[in-house]
Write a protein that binds this ligand. Sequence first.
Ligand code: COA
Length: 260
Amino acid sequence: MSYKNLETTLSEGIITIEISRETKLNALNGATLDEIKDVIGALSQNSEVKAAIIIGAGTKAFVAGADISEFQKLNKSDAHKFSAHGQAIFSLIENCHKPIIAVVNGFALGGGCELAMACHIRVASEEAKFGQPEVNLGIIPGYGGTQRLTQLVGKGRSLELMMTGDMIDAHQAFQMGLVNHVAKDKLQALAKARTLLQRIMAKAPLAIGGVIACANAVFNQNVDGYHMETAAFANACKTEDFKEGSSAFIEKRKPNFRGT
Ligand code: COA
């Protein structure tokens, strides 16, 4: 996979997707968003890829937001498309059946915070800073931030962050449940993310896809999450991996899951 604004590397089944516009603090312009869409589609289909990490280039920013220069002059109709397009791409990440971790190594502002929140798990370095500063520009979050921030941290904290536009550091983000782990620096955050993914990759892939889909259903008013859970449970029960997992338990050995 070769991209203009992303650097991708595949190692031991984990694809690392680095947003690579360092001089613009990795701000998401349209071309970068399209490349993210492309890479998520490709990794979903590629059997060599079991999991993904999204990270920002350099040490200053994860992603400092959507590229302000590109949406400054949008009319109402184009702004509608702009928001819907970003939302659709971030939904692809959230609904990917393979685990995706955001390693937040600096500013995660606006669309950057929204990108991190679309990932399944967030690991921050101590340099990370989170915020939804859109009100400072006279707009609101448009890539799912009003929804996902409220889901992750609760309405009171979410509204405070979105109404003040304040930035919070990694430890504050951890305390409010916005990030899962805080590591000392970017390298250690990456190592933590890889360790987590290696543990997840040792489980049955169809079961991992099942829990992602069912957890997402909680926030989808068009889906009955309990109904989805029952269907996903039934599907899991008829897999080869369930036979393997339950046999391995009884035989007191490690299971060898194949994703079937
Ligand atoms: N869109 C477009 N360009 C951006 C950007 C964004 N969201 N965030 C940063 N950049 C660019 C700057 O314009 C600057 O480009 P230049 O060198 O060509 O002038 C470069 O990245 C470096 O940013 P700079 O502002 O000089 O760095 P800083 O250390 O002084 O400040 C931030 C860092 C993150 C506090 C500041 O860049 C900022 O507030 N960015 C916007 C954050 C935001 O509002 N995001 C939500 C958008 S909806």
